[in-house]
Design a protein around this ligand. Sequence first.
Ligand SMILES: C[S@@+](CC[C@H](N)C(=O)[O-])C[C@H]1O[C@@H](n2cnc3c(N)ncnc32)[C@H](O)[C@@H]1O
Length: 362
Amino acid sequence: MAEETTEERNNARLAIMELANMISVPMSLNAIVRLNVPDAIWQGGANTPLSAAEIVALLPSGSDPENLQRILRMLTSYRVFSEHIIFADNDGDNLKVVERRYSLTEIGKTLVTDAEGLSYAPYVLQHHQDELMKAWPILHEAVVDSSSEPFVKANGEPAYAYYGRKPEMNELMQKAMSGVSVPFMKAILDGYDGFEGVERLVDVGGSAGDCLRMILHKHPSVRDAINFDLPEVVAKAPSIPGVKHVGGDMFKFIPAGDAIFMKWVLTTWTDEECIVIMKNCYEALPEGGKMIACEPVLPNQSDDSHRTRALLEGDIFVMTVYRAKGKHRTEEEFRQLGLSTGFLHFRAFYIDHFYTVLEFQK
Ligand SMILES: C[S@@+](CC[C@H](N)C(=O)[O-])C[C@H]1O[C@@H](n2cnc3c(N)ncnc32)[C@H](O)[C@@H]1O
């Protein structure tokens, strides 16, 4: 076996220190969202680089600019912000930093509230609520005892039932889903034509109904659109012209449609539960009808690309919060689920880097 070099040992010590301190990254992201820093820098599109002192002037009096700057620096290394440094002079190695200013990168801009009131910020907040955070220190218990997920062990009941009892959690969940789903839908509606000719469409687990609203806008042939979700979720969904909100339980019954859309639903359930949901979809479709699911799809190989990491990290989130045996799946695993439910044809469309469009045809 080749001997490790000093450089390799050095790199390994550095890498493990980075991993061991990694919690600073999501918690800092959560902090800047809670402090409304992205909107403060954006200021209607200006994105003018601001110093921490200038940002702090917009926060409660007594806020600490030095600590904010420490957070901004760290997140700059994750490309959330761009750093603009003003030096005292430029004439040697001994450069003195007079001021640091921060603007938003493309990543940072995803946290800015848009004209529709949406952004990825509610998703960041949703993931870091106390009840969800309580589940993380007992993640190892999902290995030792996978009969219930860490969220249940920490909070006494499953996440969706818990959100259903807490209006503020329910509302944040809907805002988080809208913020993530609207930009994704814009992208897939440009690249996927599977809704053409559909007249009656059901969105299973459609949350606030944003996906249906956008599908209807692009495909006026859809005359009958049903947003199907838990009763407490549809009770809070806004009224959308052309969309009927229907409350129910997808494990019991799914309303009939020419096609069924389902985004980010199968991932949070076990294989056995997915088969129940997919069988109910199958029953709700005519011969030749399609179930169009959009889900994160894992590559076969584990590597260190951003895509693989985002997908594998989401997989652990599902294990911790939703279902110890709910999971992100590979394309082949989805194909097998479709076959075992009775669907005859399966196709996968890789349009977005995070979600894949999966078409199951009866
Ligand atoms: C991860 S969210 C996805 C929301 C939406 N499809 C999107 O992508 O923006 C999963 C959705 O499934 C819904 N859901 C959970 N259990 C359900 C059930 N038994 N019947 C119907 N919907 C359910 C949740 O309320 C939630 O809106």
